[in-house]
Ligand binder design. Structure first.
Ligand SMILES: Nc1nc2c(ncn2[C@@H]2O[C@H](COP(=O)(O)OP(=O)(O)OP(=O)(O)O)[C@@H](O)[C@H]2O)c(=O)[nH]1
Ligand SMILES: [Mg+2]
Length: 185
């Protein structure tokens, strides 16, 4: 964590298979727009969100990582120092859900001792607006999240459902874990 004047700065990374809507979630949160056209993230996009809480401002730097396999090596370089991980799958593509364990294991391998000594993050079931096309039950997502000790969010970058909650919670959890770790020193 970096402290610039009274602003605390934390790092969140957004990962998961290609085309699941990672960039769309970030875009929905920061710009409040949704684009139907798919443009793959080439490598990484870096953004930042400022959030005002009663006890101070938090800047969440958001590292949006392209899901294509060719970026595997590059991607792991950005895991270092992350305070919160958003692990995204597409609720309408079971294959993306089935890949989550591999993503999690990869992450755990190259991760990053964060300052609280545990991997803080969320499993995100995106594209939930496509009702009728769901290939993964919400209960399955919740169960996996529980096993991996992650929060669970069912989101739609298209409608905005739960998107604000996801990012605000990422900032709150990052700060809480960091402060708890400070206390224990
Ligand atoms: N219906 C619906 N479509 C979505 C949603 N989120 C993303 N999409 C669409 O899914 C496609 C992929 O979205 P991206 O946000 O580019 O996916 P990504 O995970 O960033 O992909 P990579 O950068 O290649 O890893 C785009 O055509 C989006 O319009 C959603 O919540 N609902
Ligand atoms: Mg992207």
């Amino acid at each position: 964590m970096v402290c610039i004047l009274s602003t605390e700065v934390y790092k969140a990374i957004v990962i998961g298979p290609r085309n699941v809507g990672k960039s769309s979630l970030v875009r929905r949160y920061l710009d409040d727009i949704f684009l139907e056209k798919y443009t793959a993230t080439v490598g990484v996009d870096l953004r930042a969100a400022n959030m005002d809480f009663p006890d101070g401002t938090v800047t969440l730097t958001i590292v949006d990582l392209g899901g294509q396999e060719s970026f595997d090596l590059l991607r792991s370089r950005f895991y270092q120092g992350a305070h919160y991980v958003m692990l995204v799958y597409d609720i309408t593509e079971r294959e993306t859900f089935d890949q989550i364990i591999d993503w999690y294991e990869n992450l755990s391998l190259s991760f990053c001792e964060n300052e609280g000594n545990m991997l803080n993050g969320a499993l995100v079931a995106n594209k939930c607006d496509l009702i009728g096309n769901h290939e993964v039950e919400v209960s399955e997502g919740k169960q996996l999240a529980q096993v991996l000790c992650l929060d669970f969010y069912k989101t739609s970058a298209k409608t905005g459902e739960n998107v604000g909650e996801l990012f605000v919670n990422a900032a709150i959890k990052s700060r809480m874990t960091f402060r708890q770790a400070q206390h224990m020193r």
